[in-house]
Design a protein around this ligand. Structure first.
Ligand SMILES: [Zn+2]
Length: 197
């Protein structure tokens, strides 16, 4: 799991379950907020459209592939919408001070990052520090090393390697072109039925 920021960021308020259920983070190198897990945008919008100074203000909640809900609060801009599929490291918003934040105070522009078990206030809160690896140290500056374009590539099956192996064993795929066309599938079926017979 990566952090919500690319480059250095500062922890301005620690995670204290029951008192402060998430981490307050301030981007140093960039104000872009990134998805820390792949999943679906469960909600992107105002906590209270009638009162922009309430709670998380403008925020994003992602239902991660692990089933948990990842909250990114106080955003000045949203870069995703409810229902979007997001991949880990996608930019989902820009840090800000919407919601219950004193713009000129020690809070100022930041992202409140929190993990819950369900989409309601009072739901079980998960330890954001142990899950994210971000040290629970006030004023600590942290950088998880993530840079744009360095996210691990999606693991796709290596069709070319499969074709080469089939060809080498006498199951004709034609040219190993990485495309699983009818010839490749036929060769695969022949290889499998030979194994089973
Ligand atoms: Zn906070």
């Amino acid at each position: 799991m990566n952090s919500p920021y690319c480059g250095k960021f500062r922890v301005t308020q620690q995670y204290k379950p029951g008192t402060h259920d998430g981490l307050d983070l301030v981007g140093i190198d960039s104000k872009e907020v990134h998805a820390t897990i792949s999943g679906t945008v469960h909600y992107a919008g105002w906590e209270n459209p009638g009162n922009h100074a309430q709670g998380f203000g403008q925020y994003v909640c992602i239902r991660g592939t692990d089933g948990l809900l990842y909250y990114y609060g106080h955003l000045s801009e949203l870069k995703c919408k409810t229902g979007d599929l997001v991949a880990c490291t996608d930019v989902i918003g820009i840090e800000g001070y919407t919601g219950h934040v004193i713009p000129s105070g020690p809070g100022g522009s930041h992202c409140h990052y929190e993990i819950r078990g369900a989409f309601y206030k009072g739901a079980k809160v998960y330890d954001v520090c142990s899950r994210s690896g971000i040290p629970n140290v006030k004023d600590g500056v942290y950088d998880d090393g993530y840079r744009p374009g360095t996210a691990p590539a999606k693991k796709e099956p290596d069709i070319k390697a499969v074709q080469s192996a089939l060809n080498a064993h006498g199951y004709d795929c034609g040219t190993a072109d990485g495309i699983a066309g009818p010839k490749t599938l036929n060769a695969l079926i022949n290889a499998i039925s030979d194994l089973w017979c």
